[in-house]
Structure formats: structure tokens, C-alpha cells
Design a protein. Structure first.
Length: 165
């Protein structure tokens, strides 16, 4: 397994990863076909993230195939440039193998070179495995977003979690 920052050459595989994650898990925000994905759009995102200094995409690669990502989207205003929102997705057949922890560790090393002093994420309250990972990585539950999203026609609560440095 290789964990590294995404490059422009990863754009097509990242699009495929997002499409597969949308199909195979109910824990991600988007449903299949709901978002507009393209290789050129993904390249633009990678470029803009690199230029921002507070956003980045980390990928996990197995046998030259991207099997997971951790994306940090930094704030764009002066008042929130210190804050980054974290999104992570790992293909189901690769969960439980330390990939999530590796992605977080890579992000932590990079964070030291950024101005980020607060990382945030949301997680469905019934996603026990993800919550355990996030707590292991130093995130704490700050609150509950009641009826935050709708999955299969039912309201789902989310925890709002953060790590402050």
C-alpha cells in the first residue's frame, strides 16, 4: 500500500473512486449519479488545492489502483483559513486494513506545513467503525446534528467532530 498526495495523473482514477464509493456505501453524502464528476474538473480541484496551501487530497494506492482518499478542504476567508473540513472514503473491500489510519497520518504530516489549527468532519451517528477511527486519530465529538441528512427516506443524525491543535 502506498499513501501519497494526489497528482494530476490521478484525476481519472479519483473520479472512478468517487463513483464507486457513491454506489457501494450509504455513509457518504452523495447517491449514485448525483454529482457531476469529470477528469478535467478533478484536475482543476487538485491544482486549486495545491495553490491554496490549506487544502489537499491524499490517496491510498494498492497495486497502482486508488482504493481510498482523504480530502481536506481549507477555509477560504481570512477568518476561517485555519480550519479544514475532512472527508474520507475507502472502498469497502479495503476497510479494516489500516488504510484510514495511514491516510490520517499522511494528512497530519502535511498539516504541519499548513496554517491549519482545526480539522472538522461529520459522521453518521451509527457509523461506529468510522467514529472509532476518528477518535483514535484525536477527533472529539462536539455535538449532534439532528436529522442532518436523509438516507433511504429516513432522517439520520450526524456527529460533528473536530481536532484542535
Amino acid at each position: 500500500m502506498i499513501i501519497r498526495e494526489a497528482s494530476l495523473e490521478d484525476a481519472a482514477q479519483l473520479v472512478g473512486l468517487h463513483e464507486q464509493l457513491d454506489r457501494e456505501t450509504k455513509f457518504m453524502l452523495f447517491e449514485p449519479g448525483e454529482r457531476v464528476l469529470s477528469e478535467s474538473r478533478q484536475r482543476d480541484t487538485i491544482i486549486s488545492f495545491r495553490e491554496s496551501g490549506n487544502s489537499n487530497i491524499f490517496i491510498a494506492e494498492v497495486d497502482k489502483h486508488i482504493v481510498g482518499h482523504l480530502t481536506v478542504v481549507g477555509g477560504q476567508a481570512k477568518r476561517n483559513r485555519h480550519r479544514g473540513h475532512v472527508v474520507i472514503g475507502i472502498l469497502s473491500e479495503f476497510t479494516g486494513q489500516g488504510i484510514g489510519q495511514g491516510l490520517f497520518q499522511a494528512m497530519e504530516s502535511w498539516r504541519l506545513t499548513s496554517a491549519l489549527t482545526r480539522l472538522e468532519l461529520t459522521v453518521m451517528t451509527h457509523n461506529a467503525n468510522a467514529i472509532k477511527l476518528y477518535q483514535r486519530m484525536g477527533f472529539e465529538i462536539e455535538g449532534t446534528k439532528n436529522k442532518s441528512i436523509i438516507v433511504n427516506g429516513a432522517y439520520v443524525d450526524e456527529y460533528y467532530m473536530a481536532k484542535v491543535y
